[in-house]
Write a protein that binds this ligand. Structure first.
Ligand SMILES: Cc1cc2nc3c(=O)[nH]c(=O)nc-3n(C[C@H](O)[C@H](O)[C@H](O)COP(=O)(O)O)c2cc1C
Length: 180
């Protein structure tokens, strides 16, 4: 970077996709990776993926501070992909939020939410819980929130979608969020 304004110009329009679980081998990570692939193809803005698998979110750890500086603060838009664990989204995602500098990371930015569940609900309750929290954080949340039910019947071992109708609604959400 030549100077500070170059830095600001290149950093202001990042998009970060957050894979909202620390469970290894999660379906959430597969879905988040799919969002990253498609959004990278369709957006002129850099798209990053933040996994909570190895991230120490229990405190303002060095890794968390690094993610904050490199991804969360520079991003203007976030996609939260999160599984349903016991009727809502995982605690690790709330820990991440609670241990960030909320003004710099979240205030007045934009978010899209994708819920996943093995059951029929598609994490609808978790989507509502997170929406309330993101509104508390002064974020603008895309109206098109996507509940993905029976997720283990949706994706094969290679991460390919088995049902074109599901892939279509994902594409539609992505298109809307890129324009949002
Ligand atoms: C701790 C835990 C709690 C869960 N609770 C629910 C639940 O309340 N409802 C549901 O439909 N699925 C539940 N599941 C199943 C997940 O939705 C399923 O594992 C799905 O693949 C998404 O989670 P994953 O990203 O960790 O794979 C739970 C899974 C775990 C590990």
């Amino acid at each position: 970077m030549e100077n500070e304004s170059d830095y600001l110009c290149t950093q202001l329009f990042m998009i970060t996709i957050i894979s909202g679980t620390n469970r290894k081998g999660s379906m959430t990570m597969k879905v988040a990776a799919f969002y990253k692939k498609i959004m990278s193809e369709r957006s002129s803005e850099p798209v990053s993926l933040l996994s909570l698998e190895e991230l120490n979110c229990w405190e303002r750890s060095p890794e968390l501070l690094k993610s904050e500086q490199e991804l969360l603060i520079p991003s203007e838009k976030f996609v939260f992909v999160m599984p349903e664990y016991n009727g809502s989204f995982p605690g690790i995602l709330k820990l991440l939020i609670d241990n960030t500098d909320i003004r710099k990371c979240w205030w007045y930015k934009k978010a899209a939410i994708v819920g996943l569940a093995d059951g029929r609900g598609g994490n609808l309750r978790g989507i509502d819980h997170l929406t309330g929290i993101l509104h508390y954080l002064k974020m603008n949340v895309l109206y098109n929130k996507l509940p993905l039910s029976r997720i283990n019947e949706e994706i094969d071992g290679e991460g390919q979608w088995l049902k074109s109708a599901t892939e279509n609604v994902i594409m539609h959400q992505i298109e809307e969020f890129l324009k949002y």
